[in-house]
Design a protein around this ligand. Structure first.
Ligand code: NAP
Length: 277
């Protein structure tokens, strides 16, 4: 039995679908089972990773876990997983984690690194997926593309190599179902470096109408985002954006190395999500 946490999320929902397609016995964890509709063959359990005591029923009889990183949850999860006899954990970590840093740069890197550390210190077999920027982050532009042809945001020239969530999920499924991934860290990116302005242009090309990115002062964008995003996380996002202006974002071969097929392009991601825009 494989347990998928974060199964309602961008990545976890594809991990679930791909595993169901392969015929694996799958259990999905959510804090709110009433809210979700999954295929009949999926065993659905309620549980909260922030409360390790709630994980007993979810972990019972489980061999491998796809783990969503909830801040502070590492030690409690490791104890519960060991008690339940879990063998293998594939962690959705973050490309922000820096193995060479004495102190991680900001809260996102810190809490992912803490969970990685709890797994490294355990007897569980672990694999860490460290994706860089998700292509799905640009879903924050859908309100603007639906109501007009301009995406207003900060740092038009900030570059990233956006990764498709299905590629992250495919790597996770390989690590969950095959041998040879224990102790491996996979840095995952999309295939090319694109600025915010180029990403907006590609959305327009896929939709068949010109879409342009209009630069706003970072402080005003930050102010608007602060209604939904905690200040320390916002600090990290804006630091990354400003530091990536004028740079080419690094790309990795992680997706292809593990799955045998190249990472999907940002254009393909937009095609797959065109209805949302
Ligand atoms: N966005 C990026 O560019 C980026 C880049 C690198 C890494 N990441 C990392 O990727 C992760 C986000 O993945 P995603 O986009 O697939 O997720 P998402 O769409 O944001 O969904 C969040 C998922 O986490 C589950 N969850 C949240 N708190 C939980 C808790 N206390 N107990 C159990 N489940 C909980 C939710 O499940 P329920 O609500 O159903 O309980 C939901 O399935 C984060 O760790 C993020 O740091 C993101």
């Amino acid at each position: 039995m494989i347990l998928i946490t974060g199964a309602t999320g961008n990545v976890g929902r594809h991990v679930l679908d791909l595993l169901v397609e392969t015929g694996c016995a799958v259990r999905a964890l959510t804090r709110d089972p009433q809210r979700v509709m999954w295929p009949a063959e999926v065993d659905i359990v309620a549980g909260d990773l922030a409360d390790a005591a709630s994980l007993g029923p979810a972990l019972d009889g489980v061999d491998a876990v796809f783990l969503f990183a909830v801040p502070g949850s590492g030690p409690g999860f490791v104890t519960a997983a060991r008690q339940a006899g879990v063998r293998k954990v594939v962690l959705l970590s973050s490309g922000a984690v820096d193995d060479d840093a004495e102190v991680q740069d900001g809260p996102i890197a810190s809490y992912h690194a803490e969970i990685e550390q709890a797994l490294r210190a355990s007897e569980l077999e672990w694999t860490f997926l460290r994706p860089d920027v998700f292509a799905a982050n640009t879903l924050m532009w859908t309100g603007q593309t639906k109501s007009g042809d301009v995406v207003r945001g900060a740092y038009a020239e900030a570059a990233a190599a956006p990764v498709h969530e299905i590629d992250i999920a495919a790597v996770a499924v390989a690590a969950l179902t095959q041998d040879g991934h224990a102790g491996r860290v996979y840095e995952l990116t999309g295939p090319e470096s694109l600025t915010h302005a180029e990403q907006a242009q590609i959305i327009g090309e896929v939709l068949g109408r010109p879409i342009r990115f209009a630069d706003l002062p970072p402080e005003s964008v930050r102010q608007a985002m602060s209604a939904h995003v905690p200040a320390p996380v916002l600090d990290g996002i804006f630091r990354v954006w400003s530091a990536s202006v004028g740079r080419t974002a690094p790309t990795t071969t992680g997706v292809e190395d593990v799955t045998g097929r190249p990472a999907r392009s940002y254009r393909q991601w937009v095609v797959d999500h065109a209805a949302a825009f």
